[in-house]
Design a protein around this ligand. Sequence first.
Ligand SMILES: [Zn+2]
Length: 206
Amino acid sequence: MELPSRLLENAVDEISQLPGIGKRTALRLALHLLRQPENQTLLLSSALEKMRKEIQYCKQCHNISDSETCKICESNTRNKSIICVVEDVRDVMAIEGTGSFKGVYHVLGGKINPIEGIGPSQLNISSLVAKVSKGDISEVIFALSSTMEGDTTNFYIYKQLKEYSVLTSTIARGISIGDELEYADEVTLGRSLMHRIPFEQSIKQV
Ligand SMILES: [Zn+2]
């Protein structure tokens, strides 16, 4: 499609880089941004710029944060000795939505996936092991989705933690295999956290 402006074309190219947005939708969005008051469009671009430049990753748990340490890690009402291990920040949001977890999190930033070339060293695993090795952690709960990659990741971390005196558990599988945590409803997710089982028991079931 021939566009009448190079500037419009650049904007359409950038917008169409977003997931699920084709060229046609990108053009529709770009024209919408052009039609609305200039100030409105600038608010959007500055919000994006500020988010990209200023957002940090919590130095304790790797959750998204506006400061060095996230609100959850900073809160003195949370039990810092119970760590829930999740794949990404969307899982933190999903579990927080249940209101039933009062420990803290550890965000791995993905799952071990040899096909996509993601190994343990690319994930935030060593910082979790370092935390546990200090001896202040009583329980590590694995809350990864029950896919093959999730199971591989759980097992890898479990082996890393085995030498320390820490309880390892996994969320009960009310969630069917392959479901992603963020799509699980809050009641189911809350229940599976509450009815978690020792990790060793979960691998014997397989
Ligand atoms: Zn944190």
